[in-house]
Design a protein around this ligand. Structure first.
Ligand SMILES: [Zn+2]
Length: 355
């Protein structure tokens, strides 16, 4: 897909638009930017949109001009002669890829005033590749800029972090996602609410699902599979309120299977990112279980109160707070290099241990 115009992106916090817009007005882009935020929040969309703006000699605060010679070089699939995208293949970014990028920097920009490298899931750089990147960031070739993305800044080497300007993307509220969907999609209200709940504040993901439902013949099968996978995930979560400890490995297996269907969606998630996303939903499920006791609290999975209630009944609030800690640790391990089966099996045993 061609990069979207910066001014058309939905950003949270809204103040970010102003900060980035100001940045676009300066003659030179920052040397390196790190975009931080959870999966599906729009890091890649924003990275491409900013790169397009900076490549364009006619850029304004609104983004690239879409008509100049440089802008015309964007292919329909989002490629540009002065842009390279590095991403994990399949699970790591290796040193060869970083070296190849380094070679590319020996040439002047083809048409634009700068060259950009977008490094997706930068926390997946293996140690050798991270060191090679660090060297490049320390002595950057002229007119050569980086945009890195990662789910959290503490997953990167401090030495790389110190070279980057950090941009944090936040989640939209369920209500604001719902309002965006309502303005754009012709779907029943209940469906829009469900999609907003599932989207976890990620507008890109929400829109993609909504478009899939609105035009099932033309839209991708993968997005439909993804919605289905999410429903399967919620069925696994619902069993945590009643399942016995003996069922822990079975649930861990079903959890991983459901996450697998999240892989390769329109967002081209890696297996690890898909598992981490599944864990994010589970974290939200536990937060909802803690919020159940407060009558006015709004729940992420508000339409699943009846399925969340048994969990709250089975384990004390203190136990579930401890479980939240365990869940965060598991998510962190998954985003690192830990074995997914071992981590998830251990996790579900912890979650189902006798209260
Ligand atoms: Zn242009």
């Amino acid at each position: 897909m061609k990069p979207l115009l910066f001014s058309e992106l939905v950003l949270e916090p809204e103040a970010l638009r102003c900060v980035l817009g100001q940045m676009l007005l300066r003659p030179d882009p920052p040397q390196s930017i790190l975009m931080v935020g959870m999966t599906g929040i729009g890091k890649r969309t924003l990275a491409h949109s900013l790169a397009a703006a900076w490549l364009c000699p006619e850029r304004t605060q609104r983004g690239h001009c879409q008509t100049c010679l440089v802008c015309q070089k964007w292919s329909d699939s989002g490629e540009h002669p002065d842009l390279r995208v590095l991403k994990p293949e399949p699970d790591q970014i290796k040193i060869d890829a970083v070296r190849e990028i380094r070679q590319w920097a020996n040439f002047a920009p083809a048409v634009a005033p700068f060259r950009f490298v977008i490094l997706e899931e930068a926390h997946r750089l293996n140690p050798a590749a991270a060191n090679a990147l660090l060297k490049t960031l320390e002595e950057p070739p002229p007119r050569y800029h980086f945009i890195l993305t990662a789910p959290a800044s503490d997953l990167l080497l401090p030495t790389i972090l110190s070279r980057c300007r950090i941009v944090r993307l936040g989640a939209l509220t369920t209500e604001s996602i719902y309002q965006h969907l309502k303005a754009r999609c012709d779907l029943p209200d209940a469906t829009l609410h469900t999609i907003a709940e599932f989207s976890e504040g990620a507008i890109g993901r929400a829109l993609r699902w909504a478009e899939t439902l609105a035009a099932p013949e033309t839209e991708s099968k993968s997005a439909q599979g993804e919605l289905h996978a999410l429903q399967n995930l919620l069925r696994v979560f619902a069993r945590l309120g009643t399942a016995s400890l003996e069922e822990a490995l079975r649930l861990a297996y079903e959890f991983r299977e459901a996450c697998k269907a999240l892989e390769g969606g329109g967002e081209e998630r890696s297996a690890r990112a898909a598992l981490a996303l599944g864990l994010e939903y589970l974290i939200q499920w536990y937060r909802d279980s803690l919020a159940l006791g407060h009558p006015n609290a709004s729940l992420r999975f508000g339409s699943h109160r009846a399925e969340i209630a048994p969990l709250a009944k089975r384990f004390t609030a203190a136990e579930r707070r401890r479980d939240l800690q365990t869940l965060s640790e598991a998510r962190r391990a998954i985003l690192g290099n830990a074995n997914a089966q071992i981590v998830t099996e251990h996790l579900f045993i912890q979650l189902l241990r006798a209260g």
